[in-house]
Design a binder for this molecule. Structure first.
Ligand code: HEC
Length: 185
């Protein structure tokens, strides 16, 4: 298996290194570029794999128990697996997928800034949120971007999931936020 050559992880690591090498690129621009890659990849997997095979063609299912169920991993799991691989590779940035009404209780806001940012992107669809925070004695630039329900699969699955606090999601709505954090020192 070509482990790294084709992976999104490698792309992020390359992008981060290239950006670090060109001095003076503002944190916000770095985060914006990372977000573009992440959200494009997230949308492509959901649209071309999950939506197509589970809803349009109805030949597979997607489930958090994908191993036991012989199903597709969820878009949120693919996203988390990528984030974990990046964490193994670099401490130059980290990222996560959160929501104010999460299915997974671990995916709620973890800091006051995350909460503020998630509220901001939910209340101002299409806008991003930027801030700085001190965590464990280190200063971070933290950017929060909207995570949109880009296809029917997003809302069908969330609205019918047994642990979902929301049943009224619609296509096009902001369902949560992508948090990108960059140490400033
Ligand atoms: C087939 C079901 C399914 C599909 C399709 C799906 N999700 Fe999820 N999503 C889940 C489950 C279950 C979780 C929680 C599991 C986890 O932590 O990975 C989750 C997690 C999330 C989270 C993190 C907060 C939380 O609820 O735990 C966000 C935000 C999110 N999904 C948004 C979306 C968006 C946007 C789409 C479409 C691009 C989408 N989801 C597609 C089932 C789904």
């Amino acid at each position: 298996m070509k482990r790294r050559s084709l992976s999104m992880v490698a792309l992020f690591a390359t992008l981060a290194t290239a950006v670090a090498a060109s001095e003076g690129v503002p944190f916000q621009r770095v985060a914006d570029m990372l977000y573009q890659v992440m959200s494009a990849d997230r949308e492509v997997y959901t649209r071309m794999v999950v939506q197509r095979l589970t809803i349009d063609e109805e030949v597979l299912t997607a489930s958090e128990h994908y191993d036991d169920d012989l199903a597709l991993p969820l878009p949120s799991q693919m996203f988390r697996f990528g984030a974990e691989r990046v964490m193994d590779e670099t401490d130059e940035f980290s990222y996560s997928l959160l929501s104010l009404a999460p299915i997974n209780k671990k995916s709620g806001p973890g800091t006051p800034l995350e909460k503020e940012g998630l509220e901001y992107v939910a209340d101002n669809p299409g806008e991003n949120f930027y801030g700085e925070e001190d965590l464990g004695g280190d200063r971070y630039f933290t950017a929060i971007y909207p995570d949109f329900a880009v296809v029917e699969a997003c809302v069908t699955c969330h609205n019918s999931h047994k642990d979902s606090p929301r049943r009224d999601l619609k296509v096009g709505e902001v369902m949560g936020g992508i948090v990108i954090r960059i140490p400033m020192d």
